[in-house]
Design a protein around this ligand. Sequence first.
Ligand code: S3P
Length: 441
Amino acid sequence: MPKKIIINEKIEKFKKVISVSGDKSISIRWVLFASLVNGVSKAKNLLISDDVLAAIESVKKLGIKVKLKKKECRIYGRGFNGYNYKKNITINARNSGTLGRLILGLLVNTKNPIKLIGDKSLSKRDFKRISDPLSKFGAKFKLTKNKNLPLTIYGSKNLNSIYYVEKRGSAQCKTAVMFAGMRTEGSSIIKAKKSRNHTELLCKHLGLPIKVRKLKDFDKIEIKKINKINPINYNIPSDISSSAFFIVLTALSKNSELTIKNVNINDSRVGVITILKKMGVKITLRNKKIYRGEKIADIKVKSSSKIKSIDCPTKLNSNAIDEFLIIFLVAAKAQGISYFKNLAELNQKESPRLKWGAKILKKMGVKTFVTENSIKIIGNPNLEIKRNIEIKDYLKDHRVFMTSVIAALSFGGKWKIHDKDSIRTSFPSFLQIINTLKNGE
Ligand code: S3P
């Protein structure tokens, strides 16, 4: 199978109803929670992607049985203290920052040292942000000189509860600390800048001892030691981050209309919808419901003939953190200059995404002013690409690949985009869905 994809024509108009795969954040959290319960948990529509498979492999290494069939995944938990901490365990988080960081929170009580490794991209990412707070609980870490993977975690029998201030708006840091708090006597308190709250919602759904007080920019979370979790059956809703590629494709295509079914529209994830609506994209939410504490809806989007520029409010950054690359494409077609700021965290992702956003736009002939934490994009409502563009050496960042495909289909030009396997980490069916849209009405 060729590892690159060539695209040399724009997509024709389409009118379709689609479903995208299960939410990645919820899928990984479900695997980790289910590995801690007393008994069997079942999930439907679990995202079957490399990141989630890595989560399954990890809990298997800790002695948990998992049965994965096409339609259903079953995890046979051995209780909250049921991990088998054998000697010489190595956990491979592959490309997944979420898995690599979250699981460390659960390993703070390991009896034997555990090694955590990852792929080339994950091995460049910051793990000090996790080892620092988890060290306060009493776990010890050996990291590389640059505070990256591979690392080794040494657990402790005598964990201390902690007070932790999470300032980045990182749900991964918040969750890792919550997990460690669940293993620790007493109450741990986390003052966390607002970020996705799937862990809190799952805890509440499971009746676990957690209190969340919502303040203006922060949430104050109190979490106590847990002894038992009941099985969790979960029908995973579709991923807003995967949906975002098709929302933007529709907005940028002529005379098109798309409905995406059963998408998780948790308030802490819908920054992309808020931002695109402010830019004039026509999006409506239908059939809203609540499932396991999570908001879900069908998303309907139509082509947008007029796109407005935006001075993007920074309070939306964390809610749209995985969608900025694709939002930048909309800004490229806006009337006026768009400004996105305080986005240093974007360079901490699978690739330095702020840099990659600017790189893709530059290759498209779009003018940008980029700094370490901001980007100004000079929009052009008549943007048409005529040139040859090649996208490669981007650390196989799935979102760089998918953004490039959407840019090619929306603006034209002749694109050669390498490493199409990158979509396996979060959205293996991405290109199949593109093909169904190519088949028009
Ligand atoms: C995630 C949190 C975010 C996000 C990532 C998934 C999660 O990362 O970018 O794709 O599931 O907790 P940060 O916590 O680093 O912001």
